[in-house]
Design a protein. Sequence first.
Length: 175
Amino acid sequence: MALKATVLKLNLSISDLDRNHFEDYTLTVAQHPSETNERVMVRVLGFALYACQDLRFGKGLATEEEAAVWEIDPTGAIKLWVDVGLPDESRLRKACGRSDKVVLITYGGKGADLWWRQNSEALARYKNLTVYQLSFEDSEKLAKLIDRNMKLAWTIQEGMVYLGEESVALVQLSS
C-alpha cells in the first residue's frame, strides 16, 4: 500500500519590504512521503520570497516536469521557476529554457557546497538563473517550524527573512 502525502495548511502573512508587497495567503501544500520537513519548508520559503497572485506550488517530488514553486501567467507562460535542493544541471537547463526567470535555493551544508563547486561553471552560462544558498543552520530553523496547521508571519528585507524571533539569510551565489 502506497503512503499518502501529508496535507499542510498554511496561513502566510508576508511583508516584503524590498518589493513593497504586503499580503496574506491561505495555502494547502502536499508533503510527499519521502520529502523531508526541511525541503518542504524551503519550498514555503521560496513561495514567501516571490509571493504574488499567480504564484503556486508545483506537485513537488511527484513530478519532474514542475517547479517546486512557479508563477504561470494567464496565457500559460512560465514567468518564474523556483526550485529547491541540489538538482541536476539538465533540470536547470530545461527550466531556463522554459521560463523567464529561474531561482534555485540550495540547502544541506557541506553537500550544497560540494554541489556548487561541481556545477557553478556549467550554471554560469544561464543568464536567467539565480542561485541562493541557505545555511545548514537556517534550513534546520525552518524545518523545526513545520506543523500541519501553520501561521507564519514573514518579513523580508535586504536579503534577510524574519519569522518572529527567528531569521534566515540567503547567500547569493550567482545572478
